[in-house]
Design a protein around this ligand. Structure first.
Ligand SMILES: [Zn+2]
Length: 88
């Protein structure tokens, strides 16, 4: 089975902008193990206890919801976009 690398488009139902913002809740840290002379960073273990609290339009703050519940799961976001946004 091949997985199609299709991009799902987000169109805000309220303001028609395309910038989707992911809002995290809680702390998350990222360990930098090495910084070379060119300024490139080598990252160690990425640790995050933060959870996505909501997805919203970066422009007007419209929150993506399934009924009354804000959507936080990545696959739900994709499905929401397919259901509510024009993919043309
Ligand atoms: Zn918007």
């Amino acid at each position: 089975m091949t997985k199609e690398n299709k991009v799902v488009k987000f169109v805000c139902p309220k303001c028609k902008h395309n910038n989707l913002e992911c809002c995290m809740d809680g702390p998350h840290t990222c360990q930098v193990t090495e910084i070379n002379i060119y300024g490139d960073h080598e990252y160690g273990e990425y640790e995050s206890t933060a959870t996505v609290s909501r997805w919203q339009c970066a422009y007007c703050g419209y929150v993506l919801k399934n009924g009354d519940d804000p959507i936080w799961d990545n696959s739900d976001v994709a499905q929401w976009c397919l259901d509510y946004c024009s993919q043309e």
